[in-house]
Design a protein. Structure first.
Length: 112
């Protein structure tokens, strides 16, 4: 199964249009606190990996009817987490290149 991906540019445009999206940042709390996309919520990957092991639905707060954009530092952990969530029938999309690519995109906007 191929996971859906979104580029930082597409995500930025969708946020500008105030689309209803759930942004899930799976990095640890410290990294999240240092920098994150404004609208995102922090659910560390260990929580999502725990969901896979226990099989229980820990995250009542994660809506199954809304698209979730999963992000991490570079996209690797987000992809693993997205696969787990996908197996539980969540609608997931991975931010291509993660927060690293997002920061680069945002700074390129400022340079224009």
């Amino acid at each position: 199964m191929t996971l859906k991906k979104i580029t930082p540019k597409e995500l930025h445009e969708r946020l500008q249009n105030e689309e209803k999206l759930v942004l899930l940042d799976v990095r640890d709390e410290q990294k999240y606190n240092e920098f994150h996309i404004e609208e995102s919520q922090n659910v560390p990957k260990t929580v999502i990996f725990g969901l896979q092991e226990s099989g229980e639905n820990i995250q009542q707060s994660l809506p199954k009817d809304q698209e979730m954009i999963v992000t991490c530092t570079t996209g690797n952990s987000a992809t693993k987490c997205a696969r787990i969530l996908d197996a539980y029938n969540y609608k997931v999309t991975v931010l291509e290149g993660g927060i690293t690519a997002w920061k680069a995109y945002i700074s390129s906007l400022r340079d224009e």
